[in-house]
Design a protein around this ligand. Structure first.
Ligand code: GUN
Length: 283
């Protein structure tokens, strides 16, 4: 049986309508949610992501500022800019697009962002709060995955979730969010012995590896939920995920496509976090 396709674009559109409506309500209290995005250098993919973030902000009625800094900006200059934004009452969210040039210490930069404006959910304070199940800004891609499952009515408690990939941005935090929702979680990575043994036991399989078609039908249990976080180009230059969609979709119960799966949820949850931060100023 062919899998049910999880339509991330449609679910993101629904969530964006809800966010836009809350933005309008907040404006009646004199607060316009504001997001500042810092882009260093001229990475083509980063520029595309940043442009999409700005466009979505405007669509939802939010205030957005793009700060473009040259590749050779010094760390001090970048930190000074972040300090300024930390103190700017019109800005509720600060996002520094990663990766940064090699001469800049990414950890220092992330830790310089006020945890109250860390809408990426990358600051150690927010990561710690997430781990202990407290209120926190949750990282956007993992958060988006949880919302997709919730919207599809797929329960998580008691399920065996296997996460392939252990990045700080996706793999590690998504496993933690599943654990917070009472799943049993296995992490697999490049040093895992017999990957297929683990993945084929997953009720929910998350692929966040960054290698085109890395997960094939042999990795997947019949009827499993397959979440594909990859954004790759195949040999023909076509956008594709980490999952060999054609074959896996014949075996899985649910699957996210690439594009229009997890991707649209990432920006949506960024908007949600910026709205949340703006609301927090009224408390
Ligand atoms: N680069 C790739 N994904 C992300 C993200 O979610 N946030 C930031 N800041 N940079 C990224």
């Amino acid at each position: 049986m062919a899998a049910i396709i999880i339509d991330g674009k449609e679910i993101a559109a629904k969530k964006k309508v809800e966010i836009a409506s809350e933005v309008q309500k907040l404006k009646e209290f004199g607060v316009t949610p504001g997001l500042a995005v810092i882009l260093v250098g001229n990475n083509h993919a980063s520029r595309t992501y940043v442009t999409n973030k700005e466009k979505t902000c405007r669509e939802l009625g939010m205030h957005s500022v793009l700060i473009e800094l040259p590749e050779m900006v010094t760390q001090e200059e970048l930190l000074t800019k972040i300090e300024e934004l930390n103190g700017d009452p019109a800005i509720h969210g600060i996002l520094v697009q990663l990766p940064l040039p090699k001469h800049i210490d990414e950890t220092r930069v992330i830790e310089s962002i006020s945890p109250l404006k860390d809408v990426d959910g990358f600051h150690p304070i927010n990561i710690g709060r997430m781990m202990t199940g407290q209120d926190a800004f949750l990282p956007c891609t993992p958060y988006g995955i949880m919302v997709l499952l919730e919207e599809m009515g797929i329960s998580v408690a008691g399920k065996h979730v296997v996460v392939v990939g252990r990045s700080n941005i996706v793999g590690k935090p998504v496993g933690q969010l599943f654990l917070n929702q009472h799943a049993t979680v296995t992490y697999c990575h490049s040093k895992t012995v017999d990957l297929q043994y683990h993945t084929s036991q997953a009720d929910i399989l998350v692929a966040a590896v960054g290698v085109a078609n890395f997960i094939n039908a042999d990795h997947v249990k019949e009827g499993a939920v397959v979440i594909d976080v990859g954004i790759n180009r195949n040999e023909a230059g076509k956008l594709c995920g980490d999952v060999a969609f054609d074959e896996v979709s014949q075996k899985a119960g649910y699957i996210t496509p690439v594009p229009k799966g997890v991707g649209p949820m990432t920006i949506t949850m960024l908007m949600y976090n910026t709205l949340k931060s703006a609301k927090n100023t009224l408390r």
